[in-house]
Design a binder for this molecule. Structure first.
Ligand SMILES: [Zn+2]
Ligand SMILES: [Zn+2]
Length: 92
């Protein structure tokens, strides 16, 4: 996951004010808004460093567990996400 060029800020929602990270999307001109505090997650990688995308029980390769910082989309956790989507739509 790309973590360069992000801006730490607070949620624009009137009722939330959580610390968030704004990150320009690599695939569109949208801005991603992510929770500033990442969730720790364990991922399994193969010897070549590639993240395993199969269930480990059925994958024939050797695995090593790594800890990953996963940033949650703030849409999912913001208590006021619905109203801020309306605000963004109105601003267009
Ligand atoms: Zn695997
Ligand atoms: Zn929010």
């Amino acid at each position: 996951m790309q973590t360069s060029d992000y801006v730490e800020t607070t949620c624009l929602s009137r009722s939330c004010r959580a610390a968030v990270i704004k990150l320009a999307s690599a695939t569109s001109d949208a801005t991603l808004i992510l929770d500033a505090t990442p969730t720790k997650m364990t991922a399994w990688v193969h010897e070549d460093g590639e993240v395993c995308r199969r269930r480990r029980e059925v994958c024939p390769q050797t695995h090593a567990g790594i800890r990953l910082d996963v940033y949650t989309d703030h849409h999912a956790t913001c208590p006021d996400a619905a109203s801020w989507r309306r605000t963004r739509a109105a601003a267009r």
